[in-house]
Design a protein. Structure first.
Length: 152
């Protein structure tokens, strides 16, 4: 069992259920999403460059690679049910949790577009299974299972 703190937080005129995670040196707050398998965070370099904003002012927080700016890489485009589109590249880091530290793979945002112009970019803690096993991104649950951090 791995314990992850979650809370209901205001986001614009709505509320979101978010998880509090520590990945490498950064605290990030992804939306808990049972409808997707994607695990991704807001890339600090992208957010502060495009939005001319401070990561501390968005609910999701931001992630930056511990050894300096992340390099980027091939992009995966994801479209959510509400029309939000996100471009991600893969990164690796260490998830710190109550039973230790586990290496994980996740996406970082390289682009974000929402039909709701007032929406802040969000991060995602996808809990669903990857519909194409072995291809693309694995959910946090699949990663923790494969590393035997949690049982099925």
């Amino acid at each position: 069992v791995v314990k992850i703190d979650i809370s209901r937080e205001p986001e614009g005129i709505h509320h979101s259920v978010v998880a509090k995670l520590k990945v490498d040196n950064d605290e990030v707050y992804p939306v808990v999403d049972t409808g997707t398998h994607y695990l991704f965070f807001i890339w600090k370099n992208w957010f502060e460059g495009v939005h001319k904003g401070d990561c501390s002012k968005i609910l999701a927080g931001c992630y930056e690679c511990p050894s300096g700016p992340c390099k980027g890489g091939p992009k995966t485009k994801v479209t959510f049910g509400d029309g939000t589109r996100v471009s991600l590249f893969k990164e690796e880091g260490k998830l710190q949790h109550d039973t230790g530290t586990t290496p994980i793979e996740f996406g970082l945002t390289a682009n974000y577009a929402s039909p709701d112009q007032s929406a802040q970019p969000h991060a995602s803690l996808g809990l669903a299974r990857n519909p194409k096993p072995g291809i693309g991104y694995l959910s946090i649950v699949e990663q923790l299972l494969s590393k035997k951090v949690i049982g099925s």
